[in-house]
Structure formats: structure tokens, C-alpha cells
Design a binder for this molecule. Structure first.
Ligand SMILES: Nc1ncnc2c1ncn2[C@@H]1O[C@H](COP(=O)(O)OP(=O)(O)O)[C@@H](O)[C@H]1O
Ligand SMILES: [Mg+2]
Length: 343
């Protein structure tokens, strides 16, 4: 049986400035707060609300995504669930175990890839995997077999016996994931796993994560990349300022935006009568014309094309090009927060 994850009204208020490692993230709700760059800017007791009542339920065997911009509280959520950060209030469970009060039991069930690689540079890739497995009490023969398999899977075999000191960021990231898989955890946490990875390595990683999930394992990944959330996750929680602002399957989330489709046309001419006709089509929320191009915002995409083509013909305009952009998580984030995920 797989193991699920649950949080209830999780809150975390930091009362010391973030360490440099967490910089880049801004203070939640601290309008214009910015970073603590100079000491004189630091207030004696900052109250940084990193999590403001996060309740989540991740089913056993699910790939669940936390999607949000920098500083949203993703790593703090992962930190609490992986027993590294003490919650200010609320509950966090790995299966039946309270992540803070039953740390040893919770830890046995989880594998963690933190946002920043934390590998021992004085060890070889293989040693890192073997020592990790030994720590989890895995027998010698089994350790070597697993290390070989994972090194191979992550395409690290040629560098297996090199010290990690000279590894590229992508190699370290692959090794971090391999290490997290060495003890075959029931729940795998991946905090921004593909940041800084080249597209090929990203695909390799996604494939391995999917396969791992197919063996019944639960995966919680954080990302600010909507494509990753969209392609990898069964369900996604969009977080902003320490709160869950939307939750559902990628398809549900995208369908929840009014007029989420964008249909772009290029025509030989754009008479006013055509614009009026397009505006009157069912599901169309907005029509914008610039030169011979028309952008139609609508609650449907493909099914609109026949009517659009007929309207163009009726108004003596030749349709040269049609492009349909589906609703995206980016649009959704924009819709809920007024800000782009990339900001
Ligand atoms: N150890 C810490 N001490 C103080 N503040 C922190 C610490 N870690 C994170 N924060 C702050 O908590 C908020 C949420 O950060 P984080 O969970 O790292 O966000 P994300 O992972 O979504 O980028 C940010 O405002 C960040 O500066
Ligand atoms: Mg983070």
C-alpha cells in the first residue's frame, strides 16, 4: 500500500531573516519588503509569514505539484513535511506519522531532493549512494546492486568513481535524485528538481520520476515551471504568499479560467462587421483587432474555428492563418493573482 501526505492549516512564521540561501524569495505580504541586504535594514524581530494555513491531501500513488513563484512557501512546506522545519502551528503527516513528533518513522518513508544540492564533494558518486543506503540499513549486496542500477539510469556510470567536486550542476542534480531513490522511499519530495537542467536531462528526470510513480510511489514536487506541473502532475496546488489559491488537475485548473483560450487569426482584411460577428459568437469574451490580425479570447478553442471561418467568408475576408492557444497554468496564475509566474 502506498503512503499519502496530509497537512492541515499549516502555518510557519519565521522570526529571523532568511539565510542567504533562501534569498531571492521576498517576504510574504511585506509590501516592498524586499531582501535583507544590509544589516541596518533588518528589523529586530521580523515576522515572515511563509505559510498562512496550508491544507493539502496527497493520495498514495499521486504525483502532486506545488506551483508558485519564488517566496510562495513551497520549500517551507517541503521542509516541514521532511522534518527539517518546525511548523509554527498546524499539522503535517507522512502516512500515519506526524512529521515533527514522529520524525524517525516519517523519515523512513521519505526521500528528499532539496532545492540546493547538498552533496559531499569529497566522495565519489558511487560512495554517496552507498553511504546513503548504509545509513538506511540496506545490506551490502543490495546496496551495490541499487547503486549500479541508479548510476546507469541517471547516466552517471562513466563518472561513478569520480569525486563529485568537478560535477556540473545537472550531474549533481541527477545524483541527488538517485541518492533519494537509494532506499526506495514510499514518498519522494523533489524541490524544484529541474531548475537549471538542460531540456534533455529534464526529460530523463521526468521519465525516471514517472516510472517510479508507476511502481505505486507518491511524489510531491515543487516548481515554478507551469509546463512541468502540467506534464508531470496528476494534481496541482497553486500557492502564493503562503496560501493555496487554486487546487485541481491541470485540466480542471485550466478549464476554470473564463475565456482561457486564445484564438489568433490572420486575415486579408478585418471589416468592422466581422469583428461584431466574432464578438457575438457563443463563448467569446473579448475580440481585439490589430491590423489584419485578430485575437479572440474565448471559453472554447477548436470548436470555434468552423464559425470563425464562416464569419470570415460572410464578410469577404480570407483567412490566412489560425492559431489556438489552450488555457495554461500561466494564464490561471495571472487570473488569480494579476501577476505572471515568471515575475
Ligand atoms: N530559514 C528561513 N528564515 C527566514 N525566512 C525564511 C526562511 N526560509 C524561507 N523564508 C522566507 O519564507 C518565505 C517562503 O520561502 P520559501 O518557502 O523558500 O518559498 P519558495 O520555495 O516558494 O520560493 C519567503 O519569504 C522566504 O524569504
Ligand atoms: Mg523554494
Amino acid at each position: 500500500m502506498g503512503v499519502g501526505i496530509r497537512t492541515h492549516e499549516l502555518r510557519k512564521v519565521f522570526t529571523t531573516p532568511p539565510p542567504l540561501a533562501a534569498a531571492g524569495a521576498r517576504f510574504a505580504g511585506g509590501g516592498g519588503g524586499g531582501l535583507f541586504k544590509k544589516k541596518k535594514d533588518a528589523k529586530p524581530n521580523p515576522n515572515i509569514v511563509a505559510l498562512d494555513g496550508v491544507s493539502l491531501e496527497v493520495a498514495p500513488g499521486e504525483i502532486f505539484g506545488l506551483l508558485g513563484p519564488n517566496g510562495a512557501g513551497k520549500s517551507t512546506t517541503v521542509g516541514i513535511l521532511t522534518t527539517r522545519v518546525r511548523p509554527t502551528s498546524g499539522e503535517a503527516y507522512i502516512g500515519p506519522y506526524d512529521a515533527w513528533k514522529q520524525q524517525v518513522d516519517a523519515k523512513r518513508l521519505i526521500g528528499v531532493v532539496q532545492q540546493r544540492p547538498n552533496l559531499d564533494f569529497s566522495l565519489t558518486a558511487r560512495e554517496i549512494l552507498l553511504f546513503h543506503a548504509a545509513y538506511y540499513g540496506i545490506s551490502g549486496a543490495e546496496r551495490h546492486e541499487r547503486a549500479n542500477r541508479l548510476l546507469d539510469q541517471f547516466q552517471l556510470t562513466p563518472r561513478a568513481d569520480d569525486m563529485t567536486r568537478g560535477f556540473s550542476g545537472g550531474m549533481m542534480q541527477r545524483l541527488s535524485v538517485a541518492r533519494a531513490l537509494m532506499h526506495d522511499p514510499q514518498v519522494l519530495f523533489l524541490d524544484e528538481p529541474s531548475t537549471g537542467l538542460d531540456p534533455q536531462t529534464r526529460l530523463l528526470l521526468w521519465g525516471i520520476v514517472r516510472e517510479y510513480n508507476e511502481s505505486g510511489k507518491t511524489i510531491l514536487l515543487t516548481t515554478h515551471n507551469m509546463e512541468e506541473a502540467d506534464t508531470m502532475c496528476h494534481r496541482v496546488a497553486i500557492v502564493d504568499h503562503g496560501k493555496v489559491i487554486a487546487l485541481g488537475t491541470p485540466a480542471e485548473l485550466k478549464a476554470s479560467i473564463p475565456g482561457g483560450y486564445l484564438v489568433q487569426l490572420k486575415l486579408s482584411a478585418v471589416p468592422e462587421s466581422l469583428i461584431e460577428k466574432l464578438k457575438s459568437l457563443s463563448g467569446v469574451t473579448e475580440v481585439r483587432a490589430t491590423g489584419n490580425s485578430v485575437d479572440i479570447y474565448a471559453g472554447r478553442g477548436g470548436s470555434l474555428i468552423g464559425e470563425v471561418a464562416a464569419a470570415a467568408a460572410e464578410n469577404s475576408a480570407d483567412l490566412h492563418d489560425v492559431h489556438i492557444a489552450e488555457p495554461s497554468l500561466e494564464n490561471l496564475f495571472l487570473h488569480h493573482t494579476g501577476r505572471s509566474l515568471r515575475q
